[in-house]
Design a binder for this molecule. Structure first.
Ligand code: AMP
Ligand code: MG
Length: 413
């Protein structure tokens, strides 16, 4: 069995980037820039007022003038080219261009107005309340590097500089296939001995959240022909996730069928709990993950290996989750020969972040994933410890370019 790091290295080494495509701006949401993006425009385009108030000459204020004659009105969207004389003021609204001859805005709350005249009651700094042209973005600025994730703020920034089309990585297509003769599709009645298929649903959500397109291929019974037929269809995609059938049971056909269909095995077995029998291989550029069937093992395997692979295929550098060390709010139980990834919730206590497990941690207990905010990692052969023990926590949200320092080496067997 290889270590978590060895498994991650093997997965990331097998990733080939996907081709790019140019799409309208809104379609780029949630995707990765396929090239560096340079700003064609500056923001703000012109010096404008940050307040509703009066634009005046800062030099006049400095020289002691408090009374100004209001000669002009400038709402947002109107451009005034005449110069405002030194003793004059322009009534100006937020976002309106600051007219020539002025450089300072006195906010309306700091003035008193009487007919055409305005008195400054609180004197601002020279240049106050004016947003400089180009103070946010200047022409030629690098807005985003290649591989950058384009979320809501990034799309907004591109809109602000007039970008209408963006070159992004193609969204990976991820085929999801559940295996197991005991599985029943949603909506069908349960017969004795049958269980409901949940792995397809959790995988669907995880794939979508990783910025990829999930394709549900249903359930393959533990039957060689059926598994062959469905896996062959799955292999036409960028990434394949099968769940179940990769262990050492009599009906665990997934590895055999992978081999028959020309999937080149990169590893089988990671020294981790849950998720030990993970089988990973490639066929051409397609990444093929055989995750274990236990619902928590399937989800944790996705988090640990499939998600980084999906992000890396889009050219993202931030393929990892954020991580930190936190202290336990409860005793930490012992482990055997494998690193354990336990699900937890996080709370603040003073300056420290504390973690608490989400109830029973069996790899079949899917409710332990529900509401989990992170995974904490307990090294192999851990003797157990009390409250306040520091452990590595990996968040189940956000991204990072830095790989978490997972504990545990490779293990025999
Ligand atoms: P396997 O890895 O095929 O040996 O399956 C391990 C356990 O996970 C068994 O208890 C299966 O019934 C269960 N399991 C397998 N696939 C699914 C699935 N799609 N949804 C829910 N449970 C599953
Ligand atoms: Mg099975």
């Amino acid at each position: 069995m290889i270590s978590i790091h060895q498994a991650l290295d093997a997965v990331l080494a097998a990733v080939r980037p996907l081709p790019s495509e140019e799409v309208p701006l809104l379609q780029a949401l949630g995707r990765a820039a396929a090239e560096r993006i340079i700003s064609p425009e500056q923001v703000p385009t012109f010096a404008n007022s940050a307040m509703d108030g009066f634009a005046v000459s800062g030099a006049e204020l400095k020289a002691g003038r408090r009374e100004f004659r209001v000669t002009i009105d400038i709402p947002a969207g109107r451009y005034v080219s005449e110069t405002v004389a030194p003793g004059d003021a322009a009534r100006i609204m937020t976002g309106a261009p600051v007219p020539p001859g002025t450089d300072t805005v006195v906010q309306v709350e700091h003035t008193r107005a009487e007919g055409d005249s305005m008195t400054v009651e609180t004197v601002p700094e020279m240049g106050a309340n004016v947003r400089r042209a180009g103070e946010d973005v200047t022409v030629g600025d690098v807005l985003f590097e290649r591989g950058a994730h384009l979320g809501a703020a990034e799309i907004g920034l591109l809109a602000a500089v007039g970008v209408q089309r963006v070159r992004v990585a193609r969204r990976p297509r991820v085929a999801i296939l559940a295996t197991g003769s005991e599985l029943v599709a949603a909506g069908r009645p349960l017969e004795p001995g049958q269980i409901r298929n949940s792995n397809s649903f959790t995988a669907y959500g995880q794939v979508l959240a990783a910025g990829a397109d999930p394709l549900l291929l249903g359930i393959a019974r533990d039957d060689l022909d059926e598994t062959r037929r469905l896996l062959a269809a799955a292999l036409e995609n960028d990434v394949v996730i099968t769940s179940g059938g990769v262990s050492v049971g009599d009906y665990d056909f997934v590895k055999q069928v992978q081999d028959e269909l020309g999937v080149e095995r990169r590893f089988w077995g990671v020294a981790t709990k849950p998720g030990k029998p993970l089988a990973f291989g490639t066929r051409g550029d397609t990444l093929v993950f055989g995750v274990p069937g236990n619902p928590v093992a399937a989800m944790v395997s996705f988090e640990m290996y499939v998600r980084p692979a999906i992000l890396a295929r889009q050219g993202r550098p931030d393929v990892y989750r954020p991580w930190f060390h936190a202290v336990s709010a409860e005793p930490v139980r012992r482990t055997k020969d494998r690193t354990e990834a336990r699900r937890c919730r996080l709370t603040h206590e003073g300056d420290a972040i504390r973690f608490t497990t989400t109830g029973p941690q069996g790899s079949g207990i899917l409710s332990s994933m529900a509401g989990a905010e992170g995974l904490f990692f307990v090294p192999p052969e851990y003797p157990g410890s009390g409250i306040g023990t520091e452990m590595l926590v990996m968040l189940l949200g956000g991204t990072s370019t830095e790989r978490p320092p997972f504990p545990g080496a490779s293990a025999p067997g």
